[in-house]
Design a protein around this ligand. Structure first.
Ligand code: TYD
Length: 237
């Protein structure tokens, strides 16, 4: 073999290796939407459908998903947490996310598993950027620095009506054992800003973010989500 031929053989082998690596990498799907829009139910149903197809799925949530993240979640969501500065709130969301990416998301994707995550950086843009009016630019800059360019392959944005979603979340959290009420205490104007920011993100990134009407019955919404996932990843579910 000449040196030219062996270089060619090497680059061919490298290419096969990188294609194999690429093929083995799992997919990352996030669910977004207002509190009480039904995304956690839909997330579990999608994970079930994927598992029935033999796909190894890891489900997780934000804030939380790791031991440290769950401790940060308790601080962020407890109604006893008073006087938390909006910038500190945003920093804690990113602290939880950075830990989740390092401990859960990247190891799972690299092992060929699929990750389905309840909320990701779009929530920070919508709640802290929009709701708290800190603006989206800083959120995206922090994401770049702290999350190393990790973005979902697909984001399911569950679109629901502001007042009914928030009342549902308030009812649910009132009867829950854990105190996760801090955000539900916010005003209708806050949630309207959150909702509008989610819609702006969907308009800005139509290739990643798919808007799903969350109002029809659970099974109808589930079928629509499965259709989107099948189409996006060319699955035969
Ligand atoms: P979640 O557990 O998804 O609440 P729900 O089931 O009611 O939708 O999310 C917890 C809360 O944290 C929710 O009110 C949104 C808020 N949040 C932010 O404000 N910023 C963020 O970056 C994330 C991930 C969540």
């Amino acid at each position: 073999m000449t040196s030219g031929e062996s270089a060619l053989a090497r680059s061919g082998a490298d290419m096969i290796c990188s294609v194999a690596k690429h093929m083995a990498r799992g997919k990352f799907i996030s669910f977004e939407g207002l509190d009480g829009c039904g995304k956690s139910t839909q997330l579990e149903k999608l994970a079930g459908a994927l598992r029935r197809q033999g796909i190894d799925v890891v489900t997780t949530r934000e804030p939380g998903g790791t031991e440290l993240g769950e401790r940060i979640r308790a601080v962020l969501l407890s109604s006893r947490t008073a006087g938390l500065d909006p910038h500190a709130e945003m920093a804690l969301m990113f602290a939880s996310r950075a830990q989740l990416i390092a401990d859960v998301v990247l190891p799972a994707l690299e092992a060929g598993k699929w990750v389905v995550c309840d909320r990701f950086t779009d929530s920070t843009e919508a709640y802290q950027g929009g709701g708290r009016q800190l603006g989206g630019e800083g959120v995206l800059r922090l994401h770049e620095v702290l999350c190393g360019g990790v973005w979902p392959d697909l984001t399911i944005l569950m679109d629901s009506e502001v007042s009914s979603s928030v009342s549902r979340a308030r009812r649910r959290n009132k009867s829950a054992e854990q105190d996760e009420n801090r955000f539900e205490k916010e005003s209708g104007a806050f949630f309207t800003r959150v909702h509008e920011t989610f819609l702006e993100i969907a308009r800005r990134e139509p290739q990643r973010v798919v808007l799903i009407d969350a109002r029809p019955p659970i099974e109808v919404v589930h079928e629509e989500i499965v259709r989107v996932v099948k189409e996006r990843f060319l699955l035969m579910i």
